[in-house]
Design a protein around this ligand. Structure first.
Ligand code: 3PG
Length: 414
């Protein structure tokens, strides 16, 4: 069903104080530095436009998840954003304390300030409605200092978090440039005439992937999924195929064992539309043929040559190919091969190709411009797949409700 949200590109924000939510969640290397800043580059366009038009812009964002190695502050993000926008993006190591509030109040039109990682606040990550989050301390504390809220964080639009849901309830709220562009571009791809659709799904966020698979396989599109990475290891475990102790331990460490039953149910229901890799590359570089041997204590690090060939053949039939999550441990250069080969295979077909999420962008960017220009490089990982699987994204719903509540002139989103 189409919905109306108000657009920041069609609203005069000059001289206004704007709270801008972006998704600049980046892969972080072992040295703590940003590995890939493509999301920062993409949101730089929105920030620069708002500053050019004379808004005072306060940027709110997250990085990583509590307990993970990539859970860091946003200082280096603000430096990278300054470089990309050509404006000084001030940084305050505070989200809503007295220093943050003082700096927000002092900010003048044409100036920008980045607050620190909003996930430093425990209440941010509670999954709840806009009404609930409107009463969060974050929203009660920050909202009175702003005239508008702009949500540009398409890649977080599937999270019902305070910074995504609460502000539209109390402030006139608009979709940012990235949010608008993504929703319009991706809606085209939902066209049922563009079938079959194939989802090449890897990466490490296993619980998200299971939820996403349920949507994709259960949607009316009849899509196919070609699994790689840790999620494929989970599906092998669910189907009773033994890959080895190291694989099982890795799944346990990732908290994925409770998902075995869900994976089994999906296999029972949709077996003919779920593909699993026939081979893997192990940490010592050897190849494991699934069903012909066991990896024991050696870690699986990539998909193998037979998988690349088989998946490449399957992709030739597709009208839409969505790649999300790396096929291997791409932080180690020798294990980028599978992800790179699958990306190239997708780009060599006639299908529309969408690349989702931070990690795969770095694979795409390593390819020559002539190959990579064909892809729509979406900022979204999980959000992208849920959207394409037909799920309503709560942050977009929240913007639509805000447009109605504050009687904002809207644009229709499909
Ligand atoms: C992402 O990278 O998909 C978004 O930034 C959301 O991050 P999350 O999966 O940690 O909520």
């Amino acid at each position: 069903m189409s919905k109306v949200v108000a657009s920041s590109t069609k609203t005069d924000l000059s001289g206004r104080k704007v709270l801008l939510r972006v998704d600049i969640n980046c892969p972080i290397g072992k040295d703590g530095k940003l590995l890939d800043i493509s999301r920062i580059k993409i949101h730089a366009g929105t920030v620069r436009r708002l500053l050019d038009e004379g808004a005072a812009v306060v940027i709110l964002a997250h990085q990583g998840r509590p307990g993970m190695d990539d859970f860091t502050d946003l200082h280096q993000h603000s430096i990278a954003l300054s470089k990309e926008t050509g404006y000084e993006i001030q940084f305050v190591p505070d989200v809503m304390g007295p220093e943050a509030i003082e700096r927000i109040d002092k900010l003048r039109p044409g100036e920008a300030l980045m607050l620190d990682n909003v996930r430093f606040l425990a209440e941010e990550s509670i999954e709840a409605s806009g009404e609930f989050h409107a009463k969060s301390y974050l929203v009660r504390r920050l909202a009175p200092h702003f005239e508008y809220y702009v949500n540009d964080a398409f890649a977080t639009a599937h999270r019902k978090h305070a910074s995504m849901m609460g502000f539209p309830y109390v402030l006139p709220s608009l979709a940012g440039d990235v949010m608008e562009k993504e929703v319009l571009a991706l809606s085209e791809i939902k066209d049922p005439a563009l079938s079959p659709k194939m989802f090449v799904l890897g990466g490490a966020k296993v619980s998200d992937s299971v939820r996403i698979l349920k949507n994709i396989l259960g949607s009316s599109f009849g899509s196919y999924v070609l699994l790689t990475g840790l999620i494929s290891e989970l599906f092998y475990l669910a189907s009773g195929v033994v890959l080895g102790k190291a694989s099982r331990d890795k799944l346990e460490k990732a908290g994925a064992l409770p998902l075995v039953n869900s994976a089994r149910e999906l296999l029972l229901k949709y077996r003919e539309r779920i593909y699993l890799p026939p081979d893997y590359v192990l940490e010592d570089g050897s190849v494991l043929l699934v069903g012909k041997g066991v990896a024991d204590n050696k870690l699986i690090k990539d998909v193998g040559p037979q998988t690349i060939e088989r998946y490449g053949e399957l992709m030739k039939e597709a009208k839409v190919i969505v790649l999300r999550g790396p096929a291997g441990v791409i932080e180690e250069s020798q294990f980028r091969k599978g992800s790179t080969a699958l990306m190239r295979a997708a780009l060599s077909t006639d299908a529309k190709v969408i690349v989702g999420g931070g990690h795969l962008t770095s694979i795409l960017e390593d390819l020559p411009e002539s190959e990579r220009r064909k892809a729509h490089n979406s900022t979204g990982g999980g959000a992208l797949l849920l959207f394409l699987g037909g799920e309503e994204l709560p942050a977009i719903e929240a913007l639509a409700r805000s447009a109605e509540k504050f009687k904002l002139n809207g644009i229709e989103l499909p």
